[in-house]
Design a protein around this ligand. Sequence first.
Ligand code: AHR
Length: 327
Amino acid sequence: MLITRRTLLTASAGGLVLAGLGGRAALADLAKLKQKDSYKIGFAQTESNNPWRLAQTASMKDEAAKRGWQLVYTDAAGSAAKQVADVRSMIAQKVDVILLAPREEKPLIPAVMEAKKAGIPLFLIDRNVDATLATAGKDYVAFIGSDFVKEGHQAAEALTKAVNGQAKIIELQGSTGSSPANDRMKGFADYIKDHPGMQIIASQSGDFARDKGRQVFETLYQAHPDATALYSHNDEMTMGAIAAMEAAGKVPGKDLIIASIDGTKDATQALIDGKVYVVVECNPKFGPKAFDAVERYGRGETIDTWLVNDDRVFTKENAAGYMPEAY
Ligand code: AHR
């Protein structure tokens, strides 16, 4: 069975099922949005240290420019505390709507609740917050983004097939406390528990960053030279790990089979070159979908509490076809 974030939530406490993802926004509880020709939108970005984040920001800026809407943009530079302050500043500037990409699941809860109290509709984009502390459709309008549990599951499925069910795996986790790191870990672990030959022998955070990924992989691989596979929660850490493998005289794609997530240009080239076996897509181009959701909310439409991105799976077979879209 494919266990996704949606099924995990549905299997949790009853209250969560009623108010959780996959339902519909209960308009009575939520901050309202007046219909206008042009909105002042706050976009609170997490950090700008990788191509995924840059592609996401570009998509938001392009969409605002296309529609002639004002964008108040902030970059939290990897600090959850700064991101809370950024949202507070947007509230003070009386933006019409806040689009928040929360760095971590718990520390951004105050930002969500303060926007609600100020009567400003807030959408979570790309990352989620802790669903036991804030509820889509009640505390914020909706979550727009990928199913990270499913991404982890798909990475595990492809990797298991590639190695015939036998691998000693090093896992590079994303930023600690972030929903993609938590859920990608869950989805992968859930799949391999039925495949006893697939063992995670080391797992540590590389903070979704290339150089941190390189350093962490180097340390873990020195401690576990018997590793035969890498599962990395994003392409930037994968590229860092590939550099570490090559520096150690190893051949990525032969000595270690690699599963990754995102769909950057570098990782797509690595698929074509046979260094990476699979990349599960996580699409950063949120602009059109997020701005459409705001527009529909302003028209008084009911918004699904989870607008799920449909992500693809890339291998050597389809990588060249995807490359023109890669970022
Ligand atoms: O939240 C999505 C993740 O965050 C992407 O996989 C990663 O590259 C980014 O920083």
